[in-house]
Design a protein around this ligand. Structure first.
Ligand SMILES: CC(C)(COP(=O)(O)OP(=O)(O)OC[C@H]1O[C@@H](n2cnc3c(N)ncnc32)[C@H](O)[C@@H]1OP(=O)(O)O)[C@@H](O)C(=O)NCCC(=O)NCCS
Length: 173
């Protein structure tokens, strides 16, 4: 990790989209793939703002869609970096939809994306340390190490016995 430090709020990115006919399936609901595309873009920009580097998507944690988002809804996506490690950063993203004429707001989903900062040759490079300030940012920061170990174990990039934060989950001694 580089010696530089940055606040979580410096990586905040918000994107708003209007769901148009070309974004929907035959039921007039927003297609999941289109939403994932928007989520990837907004969270990548957030990781770029933290690292001031080119970033690549390394992984996306489980994403589930709670409620359908309808044609004509306005979708808001909000992302910020929760924690950085060496070259990688975890980004939390929240998505909600609004039916503005009806005055209704739907909580759609939340997800964690992991990005890796790379140089022009695609080689990972160190990123600044993240400093959480608010209670929510501190809570996300604390959980990020556990989530990192879980995703690296699932990706077979870490041996379960090395995942010290997961001992209670896997009941290891
Ligand atoms: C992500 C990538 C740069 C990692 O490169 P690598 O040579 O395997 O590098 P390393 O093993 O040194 O890992 C670098 C970092 O990536 C993280 N990482 C690698 N795979 C990961 C995964 N599946 N989930 C989360 N983090 C991952 C490592 O934990 C490490 O983080 P750290 O530096 O903070 O400790 C490389 O796998 C890559 O370019 N993947 C393709 C990315 C891409 O094209 N995305 C778009 C998909 S279409």
């Amino acid at each position: 990790m580089s010696s530089k430090k940055k606040y979580a709020k410096e990586s905040c990115v918000t994107k708003t989209e209007l769901v148009l006919p070309n974004d929907t399936n035959t039921l007039n609901n927003l297609m999941g793939g289109r939403l994932m595309h928007w989520m990837d873009i907004v969270s990548a920009i957030s990781a770029q703002k933290h690292s001031n580097r080119i970033v690549v998507t390394a992984s996306v944690d489980n994403v589930s869609f709670k409620k359908a988002i309808r044609l004509g809804n306005v979708v808001t996506l909000k992302a910020h970096v929760t924690r950085s490690f060496n070259s990688s950063m975890e980004v939390a993203i929240e998505v909600w939809a609004e039916d503005i004429p009806l005055g209704q707001r739907i909580e759609s989903n939340q997800a964690f994306f992991t990005f890796v900062a790379v140089d022009q040759l695609g080689k990972p490079v160190d990123v600044p340390e993240l400093v959480p300030e608010t209670d929510k940012e501190k809570q996300l920061y604390q959980g990020a190490l556990r989530r990192r170990q879980l995703r690296l174990v699932l990706a077979k990039r870490m041996a379960p016995e090395d995942a010290k934060e997961l001992k209670s989950i896997f009941n290891m001694t």
